[in-house]
Design a protein around this ligand. Structure first.
Ligand SMILES: *Cc1c(COP(=O)(O)O)cnc(C)c1O
Length: 426
């Protein structure tokens, strides 16, 4: 493949945009080399600025669950744009999308739209703190909830200490209110709660993790978390920015059979436009301004173009729930094919899969949390990533990211992907 024009565009971008990108993972720092610049995309394929055709496994990091430039979504946005792009006043379509989302997702009465997953999680935590009157939260190492200060926290020293900032600019004051636990480790969470009795507002979790590769919660862990929260008066926040409207109509809550107290959304709910949302039962949502004291606002929140894309997307998913089955089947087929190809190479690997999320880790230990995910061999991963790209397959450019399958992928695309791996020297 030729990357001449991408390379030139990247060099130009670097002059005016920090690192040449508007979100760091796009810069390929984890895998080396230079990013490819996209010209357009349709269905399962990306077409880059050098004319290469590439099978896409990130789907804009999840939103495009039905493939790129999906006609009903594109047409809805075009029609809406002709009537004006933003008013800063209420519009009917906000209620339509809210009503549909509330009908699809268990356990929520009302939903508030924002512009990103980051905003959704940040606002959900503020709401939880306002509602409970407590300050601290627990998050899990390796779970990503956007780039707001409270979430950019890494493990401090000692088992039950506070976290410390993992980015300059996050203050110690903020860090002290975020406690860090290990995924799939209920005893760890329980001891944190004991050590901070009566001080914890919320536990926030990716109910199926996708930001340290795909990691599945054990039944005992996720059930225990729910019981612990109920017993201690802690709100359980499911960050379904990735899993919402992807694992099923009702997201991870429905698939795992666990009720969350607050749920956050992003990605699929915007159909490829900037939308985030958070939702809960009435008693919690009524704490939000203008009904209640917890402030949250947004000039472009509920933007009509974004709402029209989200409504078209959710309508398709709601009317055709078979899509989730079809996606899970394709992901299982890919899993089997990748496994067969990797077995022949005689290298250590793990494949984690849940629904249409899947990730490959080059390690001989089961990957169940951040520590085991971080043990993956990154040199092998780099060879794998660039090797697949050179054969026209775009995987996430980091070993810590899940793939997101889209339903435009055909079995022929999956076979081509598996064949690409079979040909690869790792
Ligand atoms: C992507 C993601 C976010 C952040 O959403 P943005 O729209 O990028 O701000 C939050 N939580 C999870 C689980 C995500 O995957």
């Amino acid at each position: 493949m030729i990357y001449k024009r991408s390379s030139a565009l990247f060099n130009e971008a670097k002059k005016y945009i920090p690192g040449g990108v508007n979100s760091p993972v796009r810069a390929f720092n984890a895998v080396g080399g230079e990013p490819i610049f996209v010209k357009e995309a349709k269905g399962a394929y990306l077409y880059d600025e050098d004319g290469n055709k590439i099978i896409d496994y990130i789907a804009s990091w999840g939103p495009l669950i039905l493939g790129h430039a999906y006609d009903p979504v594109i047409n809805a946005v075009i029609e809406k744009a002709k009537k004006g792009t933003s008013f800063g006043m209420p519009t009917e379509i906000e209620t339509e999308l809210a009503k549909l989302a509330v009908s699809m997702v268990p356990n929520i009465d009302k939903i508030r739209f924002v512009n990103s997953g980051t905003e959704a999680c940040m606002s959900a935590v503020r709401l939880a703190r306002g509602f409970t009157g407590k300050d601290k939260i627990i998050k899990f190492a390796g779970c990503y909830h956007g780039h707001s200060d409270s979430f950019l926290i890494q493990a401090g020293s000692g088992a039950v200490t506070f976290g410390s900032p993992n980015s300059p600019g996050v203050t110690q004051g903020t860090a002290k209110d975020t406690l860090l636990a290990n995924y799939n480790d209920l005893a760890n969470v329980t001891s944190l709660v004991e050590a901070n009795k009566g001080e914890i507002a919320a536990i926030i979790i990716e109910p199926v993790a996708g930001n340290m590769g795909c990691i599945i919660p054990s039944k005992e862990f996720i059930t225990g978390l729910r019981e612990l929260c109920t017993k201690e008066g802690i709100l359980l926040i499911f960050d379904e920015v990735m899993t919402g409207f992807r694992l099923g109509r009702g997201g991870a809550q429905e698939i795992l059979g666990i009720d969350a107290d607050i749920v956050t959304f992003g990605k699929v709910i915007g159909g490829g436009l900037p939308v985030g949302a958070f939702a809960a039962r009435n008693e919690i949502m009524d704490y939000l301004a203008p009904n209640g004291p917890v402030y949250q606002a947004g000039t472009l929140s509920g933007n009509p173009l974004a709402m029209s894309a989200g409504l078209a997307m959710l309508t398709e998913l709601n009317n055709n729930p078979d899509i989730f089955r079809s996606l899970a089947d394709k992901t299982e087929y890919l899993h089997k094919g990748l496994k067969k190809a990797l077995d022949k190479k005689g290298i250590a690997y793990q494949i984690n899969r849940f629904g249409s999320m899947i990730s490959v880790h080059f390690t001989d230990e089961p990957v169940v949390d951040f520590a085991t995910s971080a043990k993956g061999n990154n040199d092998t991963f780099k060879k794998y990533f660039h090797g697949m790209l050179s054969k026209g397959v775009y995987l996430p450019p980091s070993a810590f990211e899940s793939y997101f399958l889209n339903d435009a992928l055909s079995y022929k695309d999956l076979d081509d992907t598996i064949a690409a791996l079979e040909d690869l020297e790792l």
